[in-house]
Each structure stands twice: as structure tokens, then as C-alpha cells.
Design a protein around this ligand. Structure first.
Ligand SMILES: [Zn+2]
Length: 628
């Protein structure tokens, strides 16, 4: 009943959520010329050249890799590390043991790795490694290759690593693998020896247990040779469509005849930090040109029951692209591919692998989410392992807004599910701070809610703090300033500060580094000399500015705003057409706060703290007062 009171006065989040998507300028942002915050920022650089031969019968492959590695750090490097992700798919691996010992294992993994036979496991073995022509020592430790350098790499220096490797594609368990549940032959993700990232925090050579990633920016040149019946989609622009055909040939061009049973696919991908591909002999390959100049590619099994959905998905994906281009920033590549494969949905460079036998809404939903990762995982490559909430949370935020628009969902609060998830976790006692490494949550469930839901609420609630328009401006400036870099939590906070002119360190600190919760309430409503005194209290530790809506007997409403003193600023009035009174600041340390309205109590029908519902108050029971 109390909720109806809020909706009755028409002050639900509906009117606010519009601002997240629509009322924002689309170009000409004067802030775009401002430089990134850190003048000492640097990042390593990689240029890969790989030649890979895949045997589609026994799922074994061999490859050569030439890697030009540039040390842009101020440090001299004596060791380097590579990821060998496929080694995770072996009985007794860290991923296997973690999955069998965590209390709520991912159902896709559980004990499946422990049951793989030698011909079903995955592996990635390095058979030779040279630094500038000289053989060097290396040591395989699970999913990590530790390399002792011949000569240290000096700051500013580029060295060349030449590697020979061979691998076996595991039975599909999680993300990568062969013959997934929908019969896609090859989901080739995390499949090559990949240089680990070294940044201002040092090496990020995390053992792979099936979760998040961090990679080095650079250019990829990859040649894949496999059975000519297979259709390949993935990262990078195909360089030899006239030889390959398979839906890549521009109309009116003739395909060259290629002798032999195999085809070599030559892909080039500039400025990416990963390279993934999927392949199947039964793939249909459709393309869709978009007005922005990006061509969308779709690869899906030739199955009657999914065709219609995959056709309908294509214009929706174009709408997503337009939405993200407008609300975040321009997608910088000329190509994006939606590929059936994997075990759910996972984002990669210039492509995604998703399962395809879904209801239409789910197919669009997963594509909207994974495509949004192109902005927040790929181009803004924040460290997913350490700050998973910046990637999954921001992606969920923008894809929920996008779905709300392109699917005509018109939900009053598109983020409601995220708030519900976060509040349930906060009240459960199982929450860990968002600074927890993605691999080391006690429960998979608390990881997911913290990364996806609490991460999404970070932005939605920032809209409550600095205003929705400012959040959207912040996102666009953040994208513009940090694209092709590795932004940190501080970067989003500083960007929001610059856009809003408010101080926000407290917000980043309490929300992401602690499990402090927000709980504000109305303590008492009393009448004194014909006036009404409203006393509020702060019960939770996390501070917040406070919106209070007062509804009067005559049907009118007034909005009272108590800014948080340490913000040193005020947001604009988010309630169109409702008169606002800006009250004196609330210094957070004061557990209570009172203000007086010039109206007798008998004139007041109800009072609500945060009528928008955008503040993640863990106990909303005490947020409202209703006249008897
Ligand atoms: Zn995601």
C-alpha cells in the first residue's frame, strides 16, 4: 500500500529513467577535449602474428606465434608471463578443484572437468620459445607460463618472442571448447598463449579458474588453416574473402578456386586485447550494414527452429549499436560479429559467442549485454579480475537501458532487478567488498550480485547523487578519455567529479571498498506552533544526500533536498514541475537531521525519503510516513 502512495503522486522513477536515456546531448560535448587524469599513465603493447593449423577431426592444433612486445613501463623486466588458459580443462587443475570445493559451483562446470578423458581435456603446450632469436627458459605452472628472460627488457624497448605451440580443444565445459550443447563445433576463446598484462600494479598473471580477464592492447595478424567446409567468424577483418567466400565476399565478386581440403583464413585486428573465433560447417553467415559504417555479422546453425529468431535479431542488433554509439560513444571498429557458440554469452574483441537456441527476448537480451561489453570490457579495458563491477556492472546498466528502449519494455525503473539483487545480498550477511578479486569470493552468487547488480547500481545510484544527465555525461566523457586504455575505479569517480563539480570520493570509497550499507528513515513527524517538524535518521554507515517528498491533502507535492555536506555541491531538481526547497547540508556524522515545514501536520498526507527508489536503501520500511 505504501508503494502505491508514491506512484499515486506520479513521482516514480519512470520520469527519472527517461533522463538516463533520452535527455542527453548526443554530440558536441565540450568536455571531450579534457585529457585523461593521469599524466604518468603508460601501457604495454603487443603485436601478434600467428599461424595456426586446426585438425577438425581430433581437435588438435599447432601454431607459431611471433610476438613483438614493447615495454612502455618505467621498469626493467626480467620475467614475463603468458596465459595458457586451455590447461584449466584438466582433472586436478585449479579451475577443476575450485569448482569442486566452492559451495555453489557454476552448474556448467561442477565436477565435469574431473571426468574428462585424455582425448577430451584441453591443453596448450609451448614447445619452443626464443627471445630475439635466442632460446629462453620457461616453466609451465598450470595455466601460466613463467618465462625467465635472456636479457632484461629495458624501459621503452621492444623485443621479439618466437614461439611454437600446440593445443587440444577441450570438450566444451565453460566458454571455450568443442561441440557445445547446441552442436557448435569450435568455440575458440582463450585458445592461444597470451602475454599477461603488466601495468602500474605489476603482473596480472592470474591462474584461470573460469572467470575474468585482463589483456594487453595491440595488433593481431592471425592465419587459421582448417577444413574448407567450416565457416569462421571472430575477431578481426578478413583479408582474403575472395579465397574464403563463406558469406564474406562482397556482392558481385568472384570466388577464387582453392585447391586442397583446407582453407586459410587471414584476419587482421588492430588495437584489440584478445582474439577469439568460432567455427562450424553448418553456420549460416548473414551480414547487415549499419548507417554508422559498422557491418554486423551473424553466424548461427542452419536449424529451422532458430532461424526466424536469428533473422529478427539482426535489425535489433543494429538498434543496439545506434543506442550505445549515442549514449556511450562511437564503436571504433568496422565490424562486430554475433556467433552461436559457448555456453551462455561471453564478450570478446569485436565479437561475442552466445548460445542461440533461446526465446527471442532472451536472444536479444544476451546480445544487448554482450555487445555493450564492447564498450565496457573491450574498449574501456578496466581490469575485470580486480574491478569486475566496472565491467559487468556498467555493461548491465547500459544494456538494461537499451533493452528498455529497443524492446519497448518501458519499465518504470529499468534497474529495479539490480537493486533488488544488491539489497538482498547486503541484507544476507554474505556480501564481500567489491574490491574482492573476482576469483576469491566465498560464493559464486555473491560474486555475481556484487559485479553485475551492485556494479549496475553504482551508476544508477550515482544518478540519484549527481543527477541522471550528469551520469550520462560522465559515461560519455569516461569513454572518450579512457578508450583503448585500462581505466581504474578512480577514473570513473574523477570523471563524475569533473562533470558534476561535486566531491565524490566518499561514494567510491563506501560503495566499492566496504560493505557499508545505506539506511535512512523518518524518525518522527511532529507539529509545533502550526508547523510540521520532520526528523530523519541515518541508520546505515554509508552517507547519502537525501530527497524528501511531501504530499499534501490538496494533492500537491513539494520536494525537499538535503545535500550531503561533504559533496560540496547540489544536483539539479530531478522532479519536473515539483517545487524544490534546498535545505541546509546534512553533515554525515550527525545521526539525525530535522527540518520544519510551514504547514500544519493535518495538511500532510504522506512523506517519503527517496521517492525515486534510486537510492539503494537496504530498509525502505522506515522511508515513509503516512497520515493516519
Ligand atoms: Zn557480462
Amino acid at each position: 500500500m505504501k508503494r502505491t502512495f508514491i506512484t499515486a503522486i506520479g513521482l516514480s522513477v519512470a520520469m527519472l529513467s527517461q533522463a538516463f536515456a533520452v535527455t542527453t546531448p548526443t554530440n558536441g560535448n565540450p568536455l571531450e577535449t579534457i585529457q585523461p587524469n593521469s599524466t604518468t599513465y603508460w601501457q604495454q603493447h603487443v603485436d601478434y602474428k600467428m599461424n595456426v593449423d586446426m585438425d577438425v577431426k581430433d581437435y588438435k592444433y599447432t601454431g607459431t606465434q611471433e610476438l613483438k612486445y614493447t615495454n612502455n613501463s618505467p621498469d626493467t623486466l626480467k620475467t614475463v608471463f603468458y596465459h595458457l588458459f586451455f590447461n584449466a580443462f584438466q582433472p586436478g587443475s585449479e579451475m577443476d578443484v575450485r569448482s569442486r570445493t566452492i559451495q555453489d559451483p557454476d552448474r556448467r562446470v561442477e565436477d565435469r572437468i574431473s571426468k574428462l578423458s585424455p582425448s577430451e581435456i584441453g591443453y596448450l603446450k609451448v614447445s619452443s620459445l626464443k627471445q630475439d632469436g635466442t632460446a629462453i627458459e620457461y616453466n609451465e605452472e598450470g595455466t601460466i607460463l613463467e618465462v625467465t628472460l635472456n636479457k632484461p627488457i629495458l624501459p621503452g624497448q621492444t623485443v621479439k618472442f618466437d614461439m611454437e605451440f600446440n593445443g587440444q580443444v577441450p570438450q566444451q565445459i565453460r566458454r571455450s571448447g568443442r561441440n557445445n550443447a547446441e552442436g557448435v563445433a569450435l568455440s575458440m576463446t582463450q585458445w592461444y598463449p597470451k602475454m599477461a598484462e603488466y601495468d602500474f600494479e605489476g603482473w596480472h598473471a592470474d591462474p584461470y579458474i573460469g572467470r575474468e580477464f585482463q589483456g594487453v592492447w595491440g595488433d593481431f595478424d592471425v592465419k587459421l588453416t582448417l577444413d574448407k567446409e567450416y565457416v569462421v567468424g571472430g575477431t578481426g577483418y578478413l583479408q582474403n574473402p575472395e579465397e574464403v567466400g563463406h558469406g564474406y565476399l562482397p556482392e558481385g565478386t568472384k570466388q577464387k578456386k582453392v585447391k586442397g581440403k583446407t582453407l586459410t583464413w587471414h584476419f587482421v585486428a588492430p588495437m584489440v586485447h584478445d582474439f577469439a573465433w568460432g567455427a562450424d560447417p553448418e553456420f549460416i553467415h548473414d551480414t547487415l550494414e549499419t548507417p554508422s559504417g559498422t557491418t554486423l555479422h551473424f553466424f548461427y546453425k542452419d536449424k529451422e527452429e532458430i532461424k526466424e529468431n536469428w533473422k529478427k535479431l539482426q535489425p535489433k542488433t543494429a538498434e543496439m549499436l545506434a543506442f550505445y554509439n549515442k549514449n556511450v560513444g562511437k564503436y571504433p571498429y568496422k565490424q562486430y560479429s554475433v556467433i552461436q557458440g559457448g555456453d551462455g554469452g561471453m564478450e570478446y574483441a569485436m565479437c561475442t559467442l552466445i548460445t542461440g537456441e533461446r526465446k527471442f527476448g532472451s536472444l536479444v537480451g544476451v546480445t544487448a549485454h554482450e555487445f555493450a561489453h564492447s564498450w565496457f570490457q573491450h574498449v574501456l579495458a578496466s581490469n575485470e579480475s580486480k574491478n569486475e563491477w566496472m565491467d559487468e556492472g556498467f555493461t548491465s546498466f547500459i544494456s538494461d537501458l537499451c533493452m528498455n528502449q529497443i524492446m519497448g519494455e518501458n519499465k518504470p525503473n529499468p534497474f529495479e532487478g539490480a537493486y533488488r539483487g544488491y539489497i538482498a545480498l547486503a541484507n544476507s550477511g554474505f556480501e564481500q567488498p567489491q574490491t574482492t578479486h573476482a576469483d576469491r569470493y566465498n560464493y559464486n552468487r555473491s560474486y555475481s550480485i556484487s559485479a553485475y547488480s551492485k556494479g549496475e547500481v553504482f551508476l544508477a545510484q550515482l544518478g540519484y547523487v549527481i543527477g541522471q544527465d550528469n551520469v550520462m555525461k560522465t559515461l560519455r566523457k569516461y569513454y572518450n578519455d579512457f578508450k583503448f586504455k585500462h581505466p581504474t575505479p578512480n577514473d570513473i569517480m574523477r570523471t563524475a567529479e569533473k562533470v558534476s563539480g561535486m566531491q565524490l570520493d566518499w561514494y567510491l570509497t563506501d560503495w566499492t571498498k566496504t560493505t557499508n550499507t545505506i539506511d535512512y528513515g523518518i524518525k518522527s513527524v511532529t507539529e509545533e506552533d502550526g508547523k510540521t517538524k520532520i526528523e530523519m535518521e541515518r541508520i546505515g554507515l554509508m552517507p547519502m544526500p537525501i530527497d524528501v517528498m511531501v504530499l499534501y491533502k490538496d494533492g500537491s507535492a513539494k520536494y525537499f533536498y538535503a545535500p550531503l555536506r561533504m559533496m560540496h555541491g547540489e544536483k539539479a531538481n530531478p522532479f519536473d514541475g515539483v517545487e524544490r526547497t534546498v535545505l541546509p547540508d546534512w553533515p554525515w556524522a550527525f545521526p539525525t537531521y530535522s527540518f520544519t515545514i510551514d504547514t500544519p501536520k493535518s495538511e500532510i498526507v504522506g512523506i517519503a525519503v527517496d521517492p525515486s527508489g534510486l537510492m539503494a536503501d537496504v530498509n525502505r520500511e522506515n522511508n515513509e510516513y503516512q497520515a493516519e
